[in-house]
Design a protein around this ligand. Sequence first.
Ligand code: HEC
Ligand code: HEC
Ligand code: HEC
Ligand code: HEC
Ligand code: HEC
Ligand code: HEC
Ligand code: HEC
Length: 308
Amino acid sequence: MSLAAFFCLFALRAQGGSPEDCAPCHRKETARFADAGMTRALQPGGGNRRLQTRLGLYSYEVNGSDYTVSDGTGILKFPLAWTFGQGSTGQTWLYQRDNRWYESRASYYGTLGALDLTIGQQSITPHSLAEAAGRLIPVSEARQCFSCHSTGPLAGIQCERCHGASEAHLSDPAKLPRKLARLTTEEQSDFCGECHRTWAEISLKGPRGIQNVRFQPYRLAGSKCYDATDARIRCTACHDPHAPLETNEANYDARCLACHAQRSTNACPIAKKLCVSCHMPKLDLPGAHKSFTDHRIRIVKANESYPD
Ligand code: HEC
Ligand code: HEC
Ligand code: HEC
Ligand code: HEC
Ligand code: HEC
Ligand code: HEC
Ligand code: HEC
C-alpha cells in the first residue's frame, strides 16, 4: 500500500493546519516551531547523509536516499521513502519492495554519528540478503508508524495533530479550537501519551525494566510529585510543545520550586539548584545509544535497581 493511499484516509477533509496557515496570527507558537523536535519526526526521502557500516556478514550504505546492502556476493538497492526521527536520538528508514513496507535494519544514531542495528531488530537473525536489508512490517503497523509521526498529509507533528481540524477556525477565527490548556494533568498525560504511551498502556502491556524509561507519562505518574489534578506537574508545565526541548537543566529549577519552595524553607538538604541533574537522572537505554531522562522524580540511591 502506498503512502498516498494511507493519506487518502485523512485527505478527505479540507487541507490547512500547516504552521504557515497559523503564523500570521500566532507568532509566539510558530516562531520556534520549525526547530521543535516533533515537527521533524518524519521527513520524505532518505536525507543527505553518507554512511557506511558492517553488521555481521552484511555491509550497509546509505547515500542520500539510496540504501545498499551487500553480503560480498549479492547486492540489493532500495530508494528510501521516509526518514523517521529528527536525528538527535536516531533515524530509521522505511522503504518499499513489491508494494510492501520494510523498516531498515540499519539506523542512524545521533550520538554515534554512524549506523548501527535498528532498535527492536537486535533479536532478528537474517537468513537472506533481503532479510538483512530490513524487516517486513504489516500494513497495520506501518499505519501506526505514520499515525504517530505525521499529521494527515503533512510529515511530522504539526499544529493540527494536536489542535484538531482547523478549517472552521481558519475561516472564522472566532470559532475557537478545543482549549487544550484546560486539560487536567491526567488528561494531558493521556493526550501526549497517545504517542508517548499512556500510563495504562505501559502498566498493562509493559515493557518492564529499563525499556520503559522513555515512556514519560508512565514514569512521571510513579513519582511522589505526581498529582493527577495539579497543573504544576503536567507535561506542559515543563515542556513547550511549540519549541525545541529545553536542555539547560537550570531552567527546570523553577518548575520544581513551584511546589517545593512553599513546602519548607529548604526544599532540599543537599542543593539549591540544578534539581533535575540529581532527581531526574539520565539513564542509558541499551541499543538506543542514548540516555533518556527518567521522569520518575525521586531520590536516587547509589547502586539502586531500576524502580519499575
Ligand atoms: C486570522 C487569524 C488567525 C489564524 C490564521 C489562526 N488563528 Fe487561532 N486564534 C485566533 C484568535 C483571534 C484567537 C483567540 C485569541 C487568542 O487566544 O489568541 C485564536 C485562538 C487559537 C487557539 C486557542 C484556543 C483557546 O481558547 O485556547 C488555538 C489553539 C488556535 N487559535 C490555533 C490555531 C491554529 C492551529 C491555526 C492554524 C491552523 C490558527 N489558530 C490560525 C486567530 C487566528
Ligand atoms: C502525534 C504523536 C505525538 C503527540 C500527540 C505528542 N508527541 Fe511528543 N513526540 C512525538 C515524536 C514522534 C517525537 C520524536 C521526535 C524525534 O525524535 O524525531 C516526540 C518528541 C517529543 C519531545 C522531545 C523533542 C526533542 O527535541 O527531542 C518532547 C519534549 C515531546 N515530544 C513532548 C510532548 C508533549 C508535552 C506532548 C503533549 C502536549 C506531546 N509530545 C505529544 C510524537 C508526539
Ligand atoms: C504510539 C506512537 C508511535 C508509534 C506507533 C511509532 N512511534 Fe516512533 N516515536 C514515537 C515517539 C513518542 C518517539 C519519541 C520518543 C522519545 O524521545 O521519548 C518516537 C521516536 C522514534 C524515532 C527516533 C529515534 C528514537 O528511538 O527515539 C524513530 C527512528 C522512530 N520513532 C521510528 C518509528 C518507526 C519506524 C515506527 C513504526 C515501525 C514507529 N516509530 C512507530 C512514537 C511512535
Ligand atoms: C504536540 C502537540 C501540539 C502541537 C504540535 C501544537 N500545539 Fe499548540 N498547544 C498544545 C497544548 C498542549 C497547548 C496548551 C498549553 C498549556 O497546557 O498551557 C497549546 C496551546 C496553544 C495555543 C493557546 C496558547 C495559550 O495561551 O493557551 C495556541 C494559539 C496554539 N497552541 C497554537 C499552535 C500552533 C499555531 C501550532 C503549530 C505551529 C501548534 N499550536 C502546535 C499542543 C500543541
Ligand atoms: C517536572 C518537569 C518535567 C515534567 C512534568 C515533564 N518533563 Fe519531560 N523532561 C524534563 C527534563 C528535565 C527533560 C530532559 C531535558 C534535557 O535534555 O536536559 C525532559 C525530557 C523529555 C523528553 C526527551 C527525551 C528524554 O528522555 O530526554 C520527552 C520526550 C519528554 N520529556 C516528554 C514528557 C512528557 C510526555 C511529559 C508528560 C507526561 C513530560 N515530559 C513531563 C522534565 C519534565
Ligand atoms: C505538583 C507539585 C510538585 C512538583 C512540580 C514537583 N514536586 Fe517533588 N514532590 C511533591 C510532593 C507532594 C512530594 C511528596 C511529599 C514530600 O515528600 O514532600 C514530592 C517529593 C519529592 C521528592 C522526594 C521523593 C522521595 O523519593 O522521597 C523529591 C526528591 C522531589 N519531590 C523532587 C522534585 C524535583 C527535582 C522536581 C522538579 C523536577 C519536583 N520535585 C517537582 C510535589 C511536587
Ligand atoms: C547534587 C544532587 C542534588 C541536587 C542538585 C538536588 N538534590 Fe534534592 N536531594 C538530593 C539527595 C541525595 C537527597 C536525599 C537527602 C537525604 O535523604 O539525606 C535529596 C532530597 C530531596 C528532597 C526530599 C527532602 C526530604 O526532606 O525528604 C526533595 C524534596 C528534594 N531533594 C528536592 C530538590 C530540589 C527541588 C532541588 C533543586 C532546587 C534539589 N533537590 C537539588 C540530591 C540533590
